[in-house]
Ligand binder design. Structure first.
Ligand code: PBG
Length: 335
């Protein structure tokens, strides 16, 4: 029931905003380091970390450097990191076989992380694009991204990652039936407790550009991803996909990109009440950093505002390249 509101001057909503203390007391949501998932890029090399020009302060890391990053995450209180591999072009094939090799880069990285920093949750990406000659998330035959063959491949990839010790699997591929295929394969392999965070509402977005540079998929991509990723015009469809993925065995769901899709986050949370995450993707981060570098916006303030918006929209957490910077900021103001 809606209370009847008093009218001016009995009601002066500005009373609530008068001082910082009163504003803190009446804030409806809070951002905490507990809400952050830190996406990191890993490469097979012991040379110095490689910067990604379109993602300032984001580097591709060797496994050794990755361990130091996980230690930094632990020190900052960030609960989870998410791994994305830069695969040597020589290992990319049309069949994407490297994706489920137990000794591939990601699986070695997972094992190293779980033995060195076991208390950090390790999330992975389950999609074929870094391993695919054609840069697509699924296997390409002629002009088709074939669904059913791809989901068998993703199920093998999921089991290999769970065998290596991954805590949370993040299928970002948008094939039909992949959650069910992965869940059945995980159960058969005895991985009853491996979480699936389904990228259920993933849009065909131009905001992924800098990420594709980071994983070395930009040059490789033939065509676009519109036959499997969602049309930005759609919202009811997102709810149908979330429902389907939950029925097939997803534990948590993701909306991606983030800021242009806050309405989807809110609808998903209100409709299903399940753990709901948003990915503030590479293009969102790059835009804020670029405008900040030009001195056109205050980067810190825009970072904070962009992240609190996800909490307001109902998200339980955010994958963001700002994770370490936001965590440091939160610790400073807490001190
Ligand atoms: C692909 C994948 C993408 C991202 C995460 N996983 C790119 C794509 O779908 O082309 C993008 C993340 C970002 O832009 O930060 N499996």
């Amino acid at each position: 029931m809606k209370p009847t509101l008093a009218s001016f001057p009995r009601s002066r909503p500005r009373r609530l905003r008068r001082t910082p203390a009163l504003r803190k007391l009446t804030a409806e949501c809070k951002l905490s380091v507990d809400d952050l998932i830190w996406p990191v890029f890993v490469q097979d090399s012991d040379i110095a970390e490689t910067p990604v020009p379109s993602l300032p302060d984001v580097n591709r890391l060797s496994i050794k450097q990755l361990i130091r990053t996980a230690e930094e995450a632990r020190a900052l209180g960030i609960p989870a990191i998410c791994l994305f591999p830069y695969i040597d072009p020589a290992l990319k094939t049309a069949g994407c076989e490297n994706a489920w090799d137990p000794d591939n880069l990601v699986n070695r990285a997972i094992r190293a992380l779980k033995s060195a920093v076991p208390d950090i949750a390790v999330m992975t990406d389950v999609a074929l694009d870094p391993y695919n000659t054609y840069g697509h998330d699924g296997i390409v035959k002629g002009d088709e991204i074939v669904n059913d063959e791809t989901i068998s491949a993703l199920a093998k990839m999921a089991v290999a990652q769970a065998d290596a010790g991954a805590d949370i699997l993040g299928p970002s591929d948008m094939m039909d039936g992949r959650i069910g295929a992965m869940r059945d394969a995980l159960e058969s392999a005895g991985h009853h407790n491996t979480l699936i965070l389904s990228y259920a509402a993933k849009y065909a977005s131009a905001f992924y550009g800098p990420f594709r540079d980071a994983v070395g998929a930009s040059g490789a991509l033939v065509g676009d991803k519109k036959t499997y990723q969602m049309d930005p015009a759609n919202s009811d469809e997102a709810l149908r996909l979330v429902e389907r993925d939950l029925i097939e065995g997803a534990d948590m769901v993701m909306v991606k990109p983030g800021q242009p899709y806050l309405d989807i986050c809110r609808r998903v949370k209100d409709t299903f009440g399940v753990p709901t995450y948003a990915y503030q993707v590479s293009g969102e981060y790059a835009m804020i950093r670029a405008a900040g570098e030009k001195g056109w916006i205050d980067e810190d303030k825009v970072m904070i505002e962009s992240l609190i918006a996800f909490k307001r929209a109902g998200c339980d957490g955010i994958l963001t390249y700002f994770a370490p910077r936001m965590a440091k900021y939160l610790h400073n103001i807490d001190q």
